[in-house]
Design a protein around this ligand. Structure first.
Ligand SMILES: [Zn+2]
Length: 251
């Protein structure tokens, strides 16, 4: 069952028009004017988990913010059982899913094609190994097994990391460098067309640990970091996820 957490505000048609009118470039571009942002209705997040353990500290990433409410689906099958385009503004994936029926895939795809926000966190980079469209959406993939010339990706827990912005971007500018103990992934297949956001220099991890996907219709942000409490309780990581969500929704 979908569980609604937090409150919802009535959608203000004028604010919506203002925020739509303020849209500029999909992947690098500007933000709506402050006035439009302040008047915008609260975002409706759909957070999807399932298929992989995680500590409940994960939930604290979403709690306590007045400018969004969040619903939690405990599996991708549940999340995409019905159309979600009109019910949610941002999809946050923290699931570890391989199977999804054609109808569910259609609902996820319709959400992406409607220009909604999508944030893909950590082990969700491993989702749907047999669905090429999902890799296109994300701009990369953790390979669970060898795929043609690509060797399976690898991971390592509890790595001490210095994470640096790859350049200036509204998501990382307020965050700055992060010091984090987290899991690394190595050997991911990352599209050369992504806009890198954050990077590390560590032998056990790929260089890029966060990026904006080149996927066209919507703003899709991928963040490899976020295995456990170390990340979830990090002020900088929390700010990173929040900025990714807001930016993906044109806020
Ligand atoms: Zn993990």
């Amino acid at each position: 069952m979908l569980r609604l957490r937090g409150s919802r505000l009535v959608v203000g048609a004028l604010a919506l028009v203002a925020s739509l009118a303020a849209r500029t470039d999909v992947h690098t571009g500007g933000q709506p004017p402050d006035a439009a942002r302040a008047a915008a209705p609260a975002l409706r997040l759909l957070v999807v988990t399932g298929g992989h353990d995680y500590p409940t500290s994960f939930y604290t990433l979403f709690e306590g913010w007045p400018d969004w409410s969040w619903s939690h689906a405990v599996s991708s099958v549940e999340a995409f059982a019905k159309p979600i385009v009109s019910r949610f503004d941002v999809l946050v994936l923290y699931d570890f899913s391989q199977k999804l029926g054609e109808e569910g895939k259609g609902h996820l795809r319709a959400f992406a094609e409607a220009g909604k926000g999508i944030v893909v966190l950590h082990h969700a980079l491993c989702d749907y190994q047999d669905w090429p469209w999902f890799e296109e959406l994300v701009g990369g993939r953790y390979l669970a097994s060898d795929q043609g010339d690509w060797k399976a990706s690898t991971y390592r827990h509890d790595v001490e990391l210095l994470v640096k912005p790859s350049g200036s971007h509204p998501i990382v500018d307020p965050v700055g460098p992060l010091q984090l103990v987290d899991e690394t992934y190595k050997g991911m297949r990352i599209s050369p067309k992504v806009t890198p956001l954050l990077e590390i220099d560590h032998p056990d991890g790929d260089r890029y640990v966060a990026w904006v996907s080149p996927y066209g219709p919507s703003r899709v942000v991928a963040v490899q970091l976020g295995h456990d409490e170390h990340a979830h309780r990090s002020v900088a990581y929390r700010e990173l996820v929040r900025r990714a969500i807001l930016w993906s929704a044109w806020r």
